[in-house]
Write a protein that binds this ligand. Structure first.
Ligand SMILES: [Fe+2]
Ligand SMILES: [Fe+2]
Length: 178
């Protein structure tokens, strides 16, 4: 398997989450109410899975190794865009968390902001994923030998292994700080 195999598989799970988010947005618009628990689960999914696990492998392994290669101007440009887009997603999730916290404190006016940030995220990810799946992942594999690709795939598995521990260490840390 090429190292982009697991990344593309992860895109498919992110897409399933996006569908659930779209349904939730419709509910919020219909009933003019937010479900903070759903937002918590969404934020955890995006932060821990889409960002830490998935963007983590992209940035800390794939992009790191690509940066050592002589990329075409087009591939350099796309990689820079992808990094900026990851930053945008992180910032938007942060804004969503702030809005949800305010909503829980009784400020129902932020419902519009919650809908706005959730909508922005559901519109953003499909474009970002398409750029990677259709215009980046497969063509950039040519910069790596078969051996380098195998090594990268192994590094991906090793990266994933650490995350369950990281996740629950963070859960305990957050509870201790409450
Ligand atoms: Fe990405
Ligand atoms: Fe991705």
């Amino acid at each position: 398997m090429m190292p982009i195999g697991p990344l593309m598989k992860e895109h498919r799970l992110i897409e399933k989450m996006l569908q659930l988010m779209e349904k939730e947005i419709e509910k919020m618009k219909k009933f003019l109410k937010a479900n903070p628990l759903f937002i918590d689960i969404t934020v955890d999914f995006i932060r821990m899975y889409a960002d830490r696990t998935h963007h983590g492998k992209e940035e800390e392994i794939l992009f790191r190794d690509l940066a050592k290669k002589e990329l075409s101007p087009n591939h350099t440009k796309i990689m820079e865009e992808l990094i900026k887009e990851h930053i945008w997603a992180r910032t938007t999730v942060g804004k969503l968390v702030d809005a949800k916290n305010q909503y829980e404190k009784g400020n129902v006016k932020v419902l519009n902001d919650i809908v706005k940030y959730l909508t922005e995220l559901t519109e953003f990810y499909p474009k970002h994923i398409e750029k990677e799946d259709k215009h980046f992942f497969i063509p950039v594999m040519k910069y790596f030998t078969k051996e380098e690709q195998d090594k990268m795939l192994q590094e991906f598995w090793d990266f994933d292994k650490t995350l369950i521990h990281e996740k629950y260490e963070k859960v305990i840390e957050n509870l201790q700080n409450k």
